[in-house]
Design a protein around this ligand. Structure first.
Ligand code: ADP
Ligand code: MG
Length: 323
């Protein structure tokens, strides 16, 4: 349904988005998790056609957003980080306004009534948006996003600034909409994606550093150390020796080069640094290291900078007991 290929956005010589590729299948609810400044909003604004990219490609339902901007906008409902609400309109006026803006062809009255019901704005439809609580304003923003019945809905940090009760309501609403829409939910809160999403993409410093089904995300986050090392030596023998190193859980050959060297991908236990024993083993065999890298190594860094509300709850409970 959504396909993003090698998306790049530069501001001056700084990368806000640095070569992001991912796909979202029809009907999926995908979480876009990352700390502030990771590049979430930039990516979503490009995907929805509100921002141009420096390079790369984004497609929605097979249509390139640059070639078919109008068609793509019709397929996507977008709740930006700061939804552009018209404070002096009533909820119903606002929805009618968006209906006209989108040149919607569904039965106006029925469609808008349906949205008001789904988003649970009943009773507030004739109130001015400026008189609504923040939670209800957010509902009005979501209502606006689904005018025209788009197949995809994209939420950018939809629960920011809401109180706990409103947060639960908005999360439930997103879950409900996820039943018959393709959804992308951006957030810096780990538990939010865990409770709502099927799949989680973790974004850090403009790059995707993990792409996992929600059930696997904990092991990914608290996961093992991974290194990628290019070694000059007979690859089968090198691989066999690497696997023997204490702490290595997994080793495999990545790329092989014409100069006889190869890249090995090694995963080790989180508390094991295998670099020193690896160096000694390779030196003993006269197999030089040409390059050593940590692919996606900062998943742990991402983890500590995204908020895990469930952990905070545990901490608070623990703290209360002591008092
Ligand atoms: P997130 O939504 O994950 O918090 P953003 O996509 O808003 O992150 O920002 C990614 C990076 O791009 C940040 O470092 C931010 O400061 C930078 N950035 C965003 N918008 C602009 C802009 N208009 N001009 C310069 N830098 C920007
Ligand atoms: Mg943002």
């Amino acid at each position: 349904m959504i396909k993003v290929e090698h998306l790049v956005k530069k501001y001056g010589d700084r990368y806000a988005v640095n070569d992001i590729s991912f796909e979202v299948r029809k009907g999926e609810i995908v979480g876009f998790l990352g700390p502030n400044g990771a590049g979430k909003s930039t990516t979503l604004n490009i995907l929805t056609g509100y921002l141009s990219s420096t390079s790369g490609k984004a497609m929605v339902d097979g249509l390139d957003i640059l070639e078919y901007p109008m068609e793509v906008k019709k397929k996507i409902g977008f709740l930006p980080e700061q939804p552009p609400l018209y404070l002096d309109m009533t909820v119903r006026e606002y929805l009618n306004f968006i209906y006209d803006l989108r040149k919607c062809t569904l039965n106006r009255r029925e469609h808008i009534n349906e949205i008001i019901r789904v988003v649970k704005l009943d009773g507030t439809e004739n109130r001015m948006i400026k008189n609504l609580s923040k939670g209800y304003r957010q509902r009005a923003g979501i209502a606006g996003a689904i005018v025209g019945n788009p197949e995809v809905i994209i939420f950018d940090e939809p629960t920011n600034g809401l109180d706990p009760r409103q947060i639960i309501d908005i999360r439930n609403l997103i879950k409900e909409l996820g039943k018959d829409h393709t959804v992308i939910l951006s957030t810096h809160i780990l538990s939010e994606v865990k409770t709502i999403c099927d799949r989680i993409l973790i974004i850090s410093e403009g790059k995707i550093v993990a792409d996992q089904l929600t059930g696997n995300i904990d092991s990914e986050l608290r996961g093992n150390r991974r290194i990628s090392v290019r070694i000059d030596g007979p690859s089968d023998k090198v691989l066999a020796e690497l696997k023997k190193l204490h702490g290595v859980l997994y080793a495999n050959i990545g790329a092989q080069y014409t100069d006889g060297s190869a890249t090995f991908l090694i995963e080790s236990k989180n508390d094991m640094d295998i670099r020193k024993p690896m160096f000694h083993m390779l030196a003993k065999n006269s197999w030089p290291i040409l390059l050593l890298e940590f692919p996606g190594a900062n998943i742990e860094d991402v983890f500590i900078s995204v908020v895990d509300e469930t952990e905070h709850e545990h901490e608070q409970k623990g703290g209360n007991k002591k008092q």
